[in-house]
Design a protein around this ligand. Structure first.
Ligand code: ADP
Length: 489
């Protein structure tokens, strides 16, 4: 099917208009022609009729062809414009072509009109097609997953696509025309910039993974391909931050796991070592008991065996507490400190010398406190039993004082005694696994304070100690108040 061509003809001579129409019909063209002869109707025609092509007579009263061309370009820049004129100077013809007309035809040579008209239409269509595909190409590059940027020899952003703007944390218009150094001060001192320089000078393709610090302090990781381009260099960039962050987290978890593994190794080694000592004693004492004739001495040996077994039991007991603390989820329950402390004191009733020591409990604050009851019980029992075990027999009034201050955010617990105290050379060591600071007195496992510290950390708190030999020891514990719903990091 032939396509109808809409033609707007600016012509004030009806006879010339007819002549032109006849010429076009001769060529069998399917034309829909509107003839206008004044500026207003010309403008209206371009707007309302929306022609595929404009034919313009050279000189109409009040509107010459140059003005008509300007109007046409203003209103519909893509519509082909052909000048049809009786006579025109060569200079004028050149100037109107330069101004944007597609062709000019002399009325004396109208036979050329159909060909010129077809050529102008074809040319316009090709131009439009090219522009469209350029726009599509531009859009495709703009929206590419990879960043594309072209940097000039003087380090200015000549082109950046949407992705580069997003990656670079700037708007495109804030980057274009500016230098890299203006946008990222200090960039010239980076390894990446040295690569860009090498590509700029040596015209070679380079690839790298780049860790980038943005002016706002945040970090990003990019895979870059740096290539020579006519204007300078072209950089393709892919944001690999998510992958990198996941890798770093994995590395961190790996390190954490290795640390836990090493700790476990150390624990197994120390625990077996600690358990072997009382076991060996039991074996030795047992052999001795077998040979012993004197009943009194045999009883002594059997008591010593009891002591060793009790110690072994103590160690196993502590190991179970330690393992429970690392395994079990942290509970968040309402804590009644009086109940908790009385229960912990009751658990120490079999310790040597307990009858001499007066415990005192003070709880301050109206707020409810939420934490993990059984962990707190183990913690308090360990601290209280130490105050009892390491009391000073020379003290006339040995005591252990427990005070608790509760607020909406935390509980501050102090456990203080007037016992033998801890020498300062041991202070930094006492929270370590199987560490005993006073071998002579300790029948314990050396795990008590290690467990206390682990519990406090698990509950999100802190612990510190102050002690003076011969004066006594105070433990200060700060625990967060964690109502249901609150998180312990
Ligand atoms: P142990 O089983 O030896 O009691 P802990 O881990 O509970 O192990 O304590 C480590 C060391 O810290 C103890 O051996 C003891 O020397 C010292 N210690 C702990 N609490 C006190 C205290 N209240 N008074 C004096 N020394 C203490």
């Amino acid at each position: 099917m032939r396509e109808e061509i809409k033609i707007l003809m600016l012509e004030d001579s009806p006879s010339d208009a007819k002549l032109i129409q006849r010429e076009l019909r001769k060529d069998n063209m399917l034309c829909n022609i509107t003839v206008v002869d004044a500026k207003e109707t010309f403008v209206k025609g371009i707007k309302d009729f929306a022609p595929d092509l404009i034919l313009c007579d050279h000189s109409l009263p009040g509107l010459n062809s140059m003005d008509a061309l300007r109007l046409a370009k203003e209103i519909s820049p893509d519509t082909p414009f052909i000048l049809v004129t009786g006579s025109v100077s060569e200079e004028y013809a050149v100037s109107i072509i330069k101004a944007g007309a597609d062709d000019y035809i002399l009325k004396s040579n109208l036979a050329r009109l159909p060909m010129a008209l077809n050529a102008a239409l074809k040319q316009k269509r090709a131009e439009l097609q090219l522009r469209k595909s350029e726009e599509q190409f531009q859009q495709t590059i703009d929206r590419m997953i990879d960043g594309v940027q072209i940097i000039s020899y003087d380090w200015r952003y000549l082109y950046v696509n949407d992705t580069v703007a997003a990656q670079g944390k700037y708007r495109k218009e804030d980057m274009l025309g500016h230098t890299m150094m203006e946008k990222y001060p200090g960039i010239e001192k980076t390894k990446m910039f040295r690569m860009l320089e090498t590509c700029m000078k040596e015209r070679v393709l380079l690839e790298m993974e780049n860790e980038f610090k943005f002016p706002d302090g945040s970090m990003g990781w990019f895979k870059l391909s740096i290539q020579p381009a006519a204007e300078g260099i072209l950089i393709l960039s892919r944001d690999i931050s998510d992958k990198k962050i996941a890798m770093l987290q994995l590395e961190e978890q790996n390190m954490e796991l290795r640390k836990i593994n090493a700790e476990l190794d150390r624990f197994v080694y120390s625990a077996s070592h600690e358990m072997r000592a009382p076991l060996c004693n039991v074996l030795g004492l047992n052999a001795l008991a077998k040979k012993q004739q004197d009943e009194g001495q045999r009883q002594d040996i059997l008591e010593k065996i009891d002591g060793c077994v009790a110690r072994l039991d103590h160690i196993i007991h502590d190991i179970v507490h330690f393992s429970r603390n690392s395994r079990m989820d942290v509970a968040k329950e309402k804590i009644d400190f009086s109940e908790l402390l009385n229960k912990s004191i009751a658990q120490c009733r079999d310790l040597d010398g307990v009858e001499r020591i007066l415990p005192s409990i003070q709880v301050y604050g109206q707020e409810f406190f939420y934490s993990d009851f059984s962990r707190l019980e183990v913690m308090m029992k360990n601290l209280l039993s130490n105050s009892i075990k390491y009391h000073d027999p020379k003290q006339r009034n040995p005591y252990v004082k427990i005070s608790v201050h509760i607020s909406a955010d935390e509980a501050n617990i102090e456990v203080s005694d007037n016992g033998i105290g801890i020498h300062e050379k041991h202070i930094d060591e006492i929270f370590k696994m199987f560490y005993r600071a006073s071998e002579a007195k300790s029948t314990g496992s050396g795990l008590g304070l290690y467990i206390v510290k682990e519990i406090v950390e698990k509950l999100g708190g802190t612990i510190r100690v102050q002690s003076f030999v011969g004066a006594g020891t105070t433990f200060f514990i700060k625990l967060p108040n964690t109502p249901v719903g609150a998180l312990i990091s």
